[in-house]
Write a protein of this length. Structure first.
Length: 317
């Protein structure tokens, strides 16, 4: 009888323990937050350092607040990067995986068709978060090599320096490491300071890959796009997506990544993206003449972006 009572007591204790464990598990599951759904769009702007330009310091196109408007959406206005070298760095709420085909999309505003093409190509670079600190400080940026990467006119390790003007109405002088000099031309349409407010120094330098100019004079002044691999470029793929979706974007494959020596780099995923203006050119087909009424009409070539996407998540929407 005593053994039977002991056996019942043990079974009761085990049952109570099991019920307690199940109750704790249920409460834990109820309290655990639901997984955060990954979003297709930019989640954070890490850095915005534009070069001088007609839209810089303009609240509608060229401020940090405007850069932050790219978060979480596309086409919430445009962000100008200014003349050659000006850049923005951003990331998503998840790593973008390198899978078959294009992985990253960037919205811009190239003019397309009708003989009025106006592209302002920007080079795209990517970085992995190797130290897992959530910041783009892991060393080398890998360029996504577009159609002009091996073109004879392309200049790698190009460096340009801009000089703050003494008067607001002055053009912005620049020199480069090829022995050239010139000006970012002001125009009558934008009267604010073209030299970026973020720069405390009287001179400002940028480095990167310089692409050839594609400026042409005609009934309309045009700046022609490249075949593939650049932001804000009316490439054939951009045109195709525009016709298919009603809104084009430039698409990029992480497999295009190369290191500073031009060697291909195998990346499983990327965490950060950098876009910078890749041409050094005013919309002035009469260069070096600046007195022609059309010399200042269009302003400098300055990449503009309207958002970016993880293409596969975007396609699932």
């Amino acid at each position: 009888m005593r053994a039977y009572s002991l056996k019942c007591a043990v079974k009761s204790s085990v049952l109570l323990l099991l019920l307690f464990v199940l109750a704790c598990k249920k409460n834990s599951e109820e309290e655990r937050p639901a997984p955060i759904k990954q979003r297709a769009y930019i989640s954070k702007i890490y850095e915005y350092k534009p070069a001088p330009g007609q839209f810089i310091n303009d609240p509608s196109y060229g401020t940090l607040a405007k850069a932050n408007a790219l978060v979480g959406a596309s086409d919430n206005g445009l962000l100008s990067l200014g003349a050659f070298g000006g850049y923005v760095v951003f990331g998503f709420d998840h790593p973008i995986k390198n899978e078959t085909g294009n992985d990253l999309g960037i919205f811009g505003n190239p003019l397309i068709g009708g003989g009025g093409e106006w592209s302002e190509p920007g080079i795209v670079c990517v970085m992995q978060d190797l130290n897992k600190n959530g910041l783009p400080d892991d060393g080398e940026w890998y360029e996504l090599a577009g159609s002009e990467y091996n073109a004879p006119e392309t200049r790698r390790n190009y460096k340009i320096t801009y000089y703050k003007p003494s008067a607001l109405a002055d053009d912005i002088r620049w020199t480069d490491n090829l022995g050239n000099e010139g000006f970012v031309l002001r125009n009558s349409y934008h009267n604010q300071a073209y030299y970026p407010n973020w720069a405390n120094e009287t001179q400002l330098s940028f480095e990167g890959t310089l692409l050839k100019n594609t400026l042409l004079e005609g009934g309309l002044i045009t700046n022609l796009p490249f075949s593939f691999g650049y932001a804000d470029s009316g490439s054939p793929e951009y045109l195709s997506l525009q016709n298919l979706l009603g809104r084009g974007y430039n698409a990029f494959d992480i497999d295009w990544a190369v290191d500073r020596n031009g060697k291909k780099v195998a990346l499983m995923q990327i965490d950060f993206v950098k876009v910078y203006t890749a041409q050094n050119c005013n919309g002035n087909p009469y260069h070096p003449v600046t007195s022609n009424p059309r010399s200042r009409y269009l302003g400098e070539i300055s990449t503009e972006i309207a958002g970016a996407i993880d293409i596969r998540l975007y396609q699932q929407q």
